[in-house]
Design a protein around this ligand. Structure first.
Ligand code: AMP
Length: 268
């Protein structure tokens, strides 16, 4: 492929593929001739209390979906391939990891940036596509790629949602029918904040309260509903200027869901 001068697109995933992942494949095809999709449930980005052992694994269906979507290469290593005995190197990004997910999952981004650096090293020059569903992850990887001068173009692709608005996520499989209905409160909160922003509301506390109200009603607990700078991820105070990220993490039973919208840029 390299000898023929073909451009590579890279889509890193943890498998349990859904239409959100496949939309990244289609985006990658716009930038590349051949697309590689990686499937690796990366232990380094899960805390001991998190869902590593029960994370959905649907390898055969994933391969079939890749084939249908015209993925040229699937890379699905074992844990011991990526972390052999003696493994001692980690990549840690400061700056945008200090907020939001970084507060509630303190080891998480170090695991993500380490594995993504390894995948970028294996892939070489490419365009890598990440979902804005994990907005902060996308921004952290952009920062890392720029800081380390990696030969990768990082592209962020919009969140794919179900008809009712629920963001597609491998973790939605954990939800009962009742929880799935209550989960819509997140997009309800994001839509309410988007509508108020469109009507001219710019006060950060008001916008956060509007987003939070339906989520507080429906969810068992909230990690955060935050209004932050859409580039640096620093929490905003006072007034929003042109655009701002509203990011949410909340729990239904043992399932933790995240979602976000950039006010002034998109509507969920
Ligand atoms: P995951 O397998 O959940 O680690 O996700 C792999 C990639 O797919 C990440 O870049 C995610 O942001 C992206 N992704 C997951 N869900 C969605 C979605 N609903 N829409 C767009 N991208 C998504």
């Amino acid at each position: 492929m390299r000898l023929e001068g073909r451009r590579l697109g890279l889509v890193p995933t943890m498998g349990a593929l859904h239409e959100g992942h496949l939309s990244l494949v289609h985006e990658a095809k716009r930038h590349a001739d051949d697309v590689a999709l990686t499937i690796f449930v990366n232990p380094a980005q899960f805390a001991p209390t998190e869902d590593l052992s029960k994370y959905p694994r649907t390898f055969d269906a994933d391969l079939a979906a890749c084939e249908r979507s015209g993925v040229a290469f699937v890379f699905a290593p074992q844990t011991a391939d990526m972390y052999p005995p003696g493994f001692s190197t980690h990549v840690e990004v400061s700056g945008p990891t200090a907020f939001l997910e970084g507060v509630f999952r303190p080891e998480h981004f170090r695991g993500v940036t380490t594995i993504v650096t390894k995948l970028f090293g294996l892939a070489g020059e490419c365009t890598a596509v990440f979902g804005r569903k994990d907005y902060q992850q996308w921004k952290v990887i952009e920062r890392m790629t720029s800081d380390l001068m990696l030969p990768v173009r990082v592209v962020g692709h919009p969140t794919v949602r179900e008809e009712g608005g629920l963001a597609l996520s491998s973790r939605n499989r954990y939800l009962s029918a009742d929880e799935r209905a209550r989960a819509l409160a997140i997009v309800g909160g994001l839509r309410a904040a988007t509508a108020e922003f469109a009507r001219g509301e710019r006060d950060v506390a008001t916008l956060a309260a509007i987003a939070k109200a339906p989520i507080a009603e429906a969810f068992d607990s909230i990690d955060y509903v935050a209004v932050a700078d859409a580039d640096s991820l620093v929490p905003l105070e006072g007034r929003v200027h042109e655009r701002a990220l509203v990011a949410v993490a909340a729990r239904l039973g043992t399932t933790r869901l995240i979602d976000n919208v950039v006010l002034g840029e998109e509507s969920p």
